[in-house]
Design a protein around this ligand. Sequence first.
Ligand code: TRP
Length: 430
Amino acid sequence: MKTQRVLTGITTSGTPHLGNYVGAVRPTVRASRLAEVESFYFLADYHALIKVGAPARVQRSTLEIAATWLACGLDPEKVTFYRQSDIPEIPELTWFLTCVTGKGVLNRAHAYKASVDKNNAANVDPDAGVTAGLFMYPVLMAADILMFNAHQVPVGRDQIQHIEMARDIAASFNHLYGEHFTLPEAAIEDHVATLPGLDGRKMSKSYDNTIPLFAPRDQLKKLIMGIVTDSRAPGESKSTEDSALFQLYQAFASPDETAALAKAYADGIAWGEAKELLFERLDQEIAPMRAVYDELIQEPARIEKTLKAGADKARAIATPFTARLRHAVGLRPLQTVAAPAASKAGKASAPAFKQYREQDGLFYFKLLDAQGALLLQSTGFAAPRAAAQAMAQLQREGSAALDALSSQIASRGEASALETALRSFSEPGV
Ligand code: TRP
């Protein structure tokens, strides 16, 4: 059985917080330990440039996120762990994909549309302050995913549209150039709750309500003591619903522990005491990882080396794949150039498909050999698209498609000549 390829990236634009840990890092590290998956995890630093114009911050965040993943147990021997900007094939693929992506599709991307809506509301130029980088974000992301033919992409809900776009872009490329890309799917972890922040809203850098994952113990305690609660006094029974404190606890504790806290809420535990419980429970899980993190962060050269080794592993796939894609789109060494399509005598110089319409109004195609002799004649199709699809299948699959299409084939030429001609489409360069 073919293993599933799982791939995901984190944009290197800030310091990892508890929300990133619960929503992204912890589930991906766990998934990477499953035997039947081949995982690709990377630091999306090209993506960071879209949002962050501060070079030192991009660099610092790259170090912090790399150290976080490693401290949380990602095994770089078992997975492919790399930095996006170490793979020059990714920007190259981005360009190939750019050329098959409708501009209108990108106009509809949520992040771009949000900026435009904001500008419209403010009565300024719709594209004011919008870079082409923001506009192209989904294409760069598609290149990340398609480069490694990932099946599953674990992401948050806000990223689903990007995965759908990657699928569409892959399908467009495949349609034009042959089946090169796997169509990826978003893997949404439904049971992973979005973590609330200090103020009860979703924990997010943009709300400035985050708890850094590896804040020192005393700072962690201080932050937890600052979580917003209602004003119920000790002894008064408390509601677990809408309690940020309770949700945070639940994200770390076992079901039994969570049930115990729910009971304590009903029994009127004091907020201070509940916060103390949360702090100790969090620290219990985080402290061992924090110790590793603090060590790692002191040794950036070691992390750099790990990432370089990961890039070698990733490029062992990306480099030959990109060579195939270059060939597919026509970026080829000139000594292999095919002779012009027609010679002076008007005869084809390579096998060629011809599509045409007959007096009967139906659409037909035929395959001619290099000398113009008939190798294959189709039956009539009502729609030109159906004829084109059958032709594309023959070009893609070669003689393997003959059986499946037998009812659409009116006549065939000599079998070995037909097979050779078909091979010239499915295996270009042979
Ligand atoms: N856009 C993703 C985010 O902000 C990060 C990302 C970049 C990504 N490339 C990716 C995620 C490829 C999954 C696959 O969360």
